[in-house]
Design a protein around this ligand. Structure first.
Ligand code: NAD
Ligand code: UDP
Length: 324
């Protein structure tokens, strides 16, 4: 049985990844400080006797001595706030978990001869001047702004991985994940899909920031998780950075209209100020992931939105009934 350590197990991606790892028969040790994660995710994962939860901070050096984290075969390091709303309200913690936290997980891998997958981000490209973004593009990141705590910390996290790969031969893999979504996102997460879908289903105004001409590329969670698991398994991905994302690109206004149309909502689309340093465009070049992993996404945005909207509306109905 493979023993897998998964930091950020209570979070959106961590939960979905843990479910798949458990389905494959792995023993999963989930570490999370529950800062942005959901206790309910852990409750569901605990239904498997092969899942063990440890409430702890990946940025604390004490994690390296936790007996439960020793002798793992694989470590997925996902712990970090991912939504701009959350990382901007906890900038120092975000820096710590992506730098010191990554160092701690790498050190555990070195001592235990384990593999590490680090979840970096498309934000490593900042507000990209090259389009679409391939892994060789070095980015356009502001060190002096509200997104820097996330973007620059992820970049330094990548550098830690590079050093552990070249210096100690730890099999590291860096996934630069592009916007991933599904119903598992918290309603109050602040990311665009959870905001738009919640707003559309509750009859609130749909808040487009700026004029909505900025673009993003949205990957359904099942596709992202499959990509991460393939990457961990594939030795050709050792010491490599791979983009994991869906190259279908939409303006944010198009996304607002699509959410309205798929949900049949009467909500108005309203415009609010564009946050500082909000990237204008983002689309992954996934040639490398196709070549190295044979991976590409399968779920188009419209289909993913249908699934997401259906699941959110069930959730909201359940909440309303609970309130009665
Ligand atoms: P999330 O906020 O839902 O989950 C992150 C989890 O990490 C939470 O459960 C949180 O409690 C936990 N955590 C935060 N700091 C911690 C710490 N110091 N110690 C232990 N646990 C801690 O975010 P997500 O969307 O699931 O993202 C997971 C990872 O993937 C993050 O590293 C994020 O940067 C990366 N990523 C996600 C996306 C996306 O679209 N979802 C895109 C790019 C990169
Ligand atoms: N956005 C928006 N309305 C919202 C939330 C987000 O227009 O209610 C925009 C945001 O300005 C950005 C895009 O949607 O241009 C994606 O935002 P998100 O926070 O989901 O992710 P990121 O900016 O990190 O890609």
């Amino acid at each position: 049985m493979r023993k897998v350590v998964l930091t950020g197990a209570a979070g959106f991606l961590g939960y979905h990844l843990a479910v798949q790892l458990l389905k494959e028969g792995c023993v999963v040790i989930g570490l999370d400080n529950l800062s942005t994660g959901q206790k309910d995710n852990i409750k569901k994962l605990k239904r498997s006797e092969r899942f063990l939860f440890i409430q702890g901070d990946a940025a604390s050096p004490m994690v390296m001595d936790l007996p439960e984290l020793q002798r793992a075969d694989e470590i997925y390091h996902l712990a970090s706030p991912a939504s701009p709303k959350f990382y901007q309200s906890h900038p120092l913690e975000t820096i710590e978990v992506n730098t010191r936290g990554t160092f701690h997980m790498l050190e555990l891998c070195r001592r235990n001869k384990a593999k590490l997958l680090y979840t970096s981000t498309s934000e490593a490209y900042g507000d990209p001047a090259v389009h679409p973004q391939s892994e060789t593009y070095r980015g356009n990141v502001n060190t002096w702004g509200p997104r820097a705590c996330y973007d620059e910390a992820k970049r330094l996290g990548e550098t830690y991985c590079y050093e552990y790969f070249t210096k100690f031969g730890v099999p590291v893999k860096v996934a630069r994940i592009f916007n991933t979504y599904s119903a598992g996102l918290r309603n109050d997460d602040g990311r665009v899909i959870s905001n738009f879908v919640t707003q559309a289903l509750t009859g609130q105004d749909i808040t487009v920031y700026g004029d909505g001409s900025q673009t993003r590329s949205f990957c359904y969670v099942d596709d992202t998780v499959r990509g991460l698991m393939l990457m961990m398994r594939e030795s050709k991905a050792d010491g490599e950075i791979l983009n994991i994302g869906n190259p279908e690109e939409y303006t944010i206004l198009e996304v607002a209209r699509k959410v309205k149309q798929v949900s049949g909502s009467e909500s108005r689309i309203v415009y609010q100020d564009l946050p500082k340093d909000d990237p204008m465009q983002r689309r992954p070049d996934i040639t490398k992931a196709r070549q190295v992993l044979g991976w590409s996404p399968l779920v188009p945005l419209e289909e993913g939105l249908k699934r997401t909207i259906q699941a959110y509306s069930q959730l909201l109905r359940g909440k309303r009934q609970g309130e009665l």
